[in-house]
Design a protein around this ligand. Structure first.
Ligand code: 5AD
Ligand code: SF4
Length: 398
């Protein structure tokens, strides 16, 4: 991942470690270790990975089909690089092996790339332009998952609300949801990420109407200050965002809202930051991912004057995190002493007499049960909320 500097630093460190291991292995008479970097970071850093960070293979996100060639070149001792971005590649024919999945819940990619060019964000440069996968191949993959016993899918894209615009036969994301909702055997549908500027009334209606669509919406705010939102190129204001939240809550009562927030965007003043705190207090998110602004070379924000000093960013970040966590604790606990439907995912890792599952809004619940419950929906009375999860007791299913 290239989205923040931290993620890339980890990869540089890992390359150093692996390179040292490879040399050791060679010195002991072993075969040569080939090092490859794949994905967004390969796209962003390109041949510098080969020149300065020991990589033998550099393969961008759209070049996976050339991997056999790249590996063959590298085995012959050449450095191999392919970072061409495609305007059509949607990975439609790639069937994931899903080795690590819990076999209950699976991710399905419905589009790639992004056209939004938020001014802090590297994604449009590393992933290229937005393209939607065709409906038939999405439905086929979801059917296939359902046939294999999966009960839940999460439809993934950088901006799912603009799904389908560039298809031969254009289709909206709301229409796609209604199609997926018809698939028998499937019990739950999640999706992310939604850009607030593209979230239509039609989608809110689909969330309300489709019984399998979960009561959870991830709606990145980024900043609560209209002035900063403009500088970020987010194309909505604080008031429009709050109005959208009201409209969603009016039609989908009790929906859980989660978000992403960046603090320390260039030019952010204390007043701007307090606007963000104000939105956090008004919306009362179930949870929020908070980030310190990371300067990504090549994005418009990286060239802006008035980058915020680290200590100021850190101070705002700490205050925001404290607020978000306090609200989250209160909001998460709102279902205490109610009965909720839980999709059981696994045996509890700490205590094998318990099973672990999720409520529709994604909150974890642990309760007494055995492996026969995995993959079923159970009604559970929520006895106690412990921070971010519940302990519950199963009740008779109707
Ligand atoms: N610095 C900090 N956070 C960022 N994000 C994207 N780009 C940056 C950046 N340069 C965050 C946004 C986005 C999430 C996935 O990562 O909040 O929603
Ligand atoms: Fe980045 Fe904005 Fe696209 Fe999200 S919508 S991937 S933040 S450019």
């Amino acid at each position: 991942c290239s989205i923040r500097e931290n993620a890339e630093s980890k990869i540089y460190n890992r390359l150093d470690t692996l390179y040292a291991k490879g040399r050791q292995r060679k010195a002991q008479g072993g075969s040569k270790l080939l090092l490859g970097v794949l994905g967004c970071m390969a796209e962003r850093v390109k041949d510098d990975l080969i020149a300065n960070h020991h990589a033998d293979i550099v393969c961008g996100p759209d070049s996976y089909l050339s991997l056999p060639d790249l590996i063959a070149q590298a085995e012959l001792g050449h450095k191999a690089i392919d970072v061409d971005l495609s305007t059509t590649e949607t990975y439609r024919d790639v069937i994931p092996q899903r080795i690590g999945d819990n076999r209950i819940s699976g991710f399905v990619s419905i589009m790639r790339g992004c056209n939004n060019f938020c001014h802090y964000c590297i994604v449009p440069y590393t992933r290229g332009r937005e393209r939607s996968r065709d409906v038939e191949s999405i439905l086929r993959e979801v059917h296939d998952l359902s046939d294999r016993g999966f009960k839940e899918v999460t439809l993934l894209g950088q901006n799912v609300n603009s799904y389908g615009k560039n298809l031969e036969e254009p289709m909206t994301f709301a229409q796609l949801l209604r199609e997926v909702n018809k698939i028998e055997g499937l019990k739950r549908i999640r999706f992310m990420t939604s850009h607030p500027k593209d979230l239509s009334e039609e989608l809110i209606d689909a969330m309300r109407d489709c019984e399998k669509v979960c009561l959870h919406l991830h709606l990145p705010l980024q900043s609560g200050s209209s002035r900063i939102l403009k500088l970020m190129n987010r194309r909505y204001t604080k008031e429009q965002y709050l109005d959208l939240v009201d409209r969603i809550r009016a039609k989908v009562p009790d929906v859980s809202l989660t978000t992403d927030i960046i603090v320390g965007f260039p030019g952010e003043t204390e007043e701007d930051f307090l606007e963000t705190m104000d939105v956090v207090r008004k919306v009362r998110y179930d949870s929020a991912f908070t980030f310190q602004y990371s300067r990504r070379t090549g994005t418009p924000a990286a060239a802006m004057e008035d980058q915020i000093p680290v200590d100021v960013v850190k101070d705002r970040f700490d205050r925001l995190l404290a607020e978000v966590q306090e609200i989250s604790r209160e909001v998460t606990a709102r279902h205490t002493h109610t009965v909720q439907e839980v999709l059981v995912e696994s045996i509890n890792e700490q205590d094998p007499s318990l099973v672990t599952g999720r409520m529709s809004n994604n909150t974890l619940v642990h309760f007494k049960g055995d492996a026969s419950l995995i993959g079923t929906l159970q009604n559970v009375y929520l006895d106690e909320c412990r921070g971010f999860y519940y302990m519950g007791t199963p009740v008779e299913n109707n």
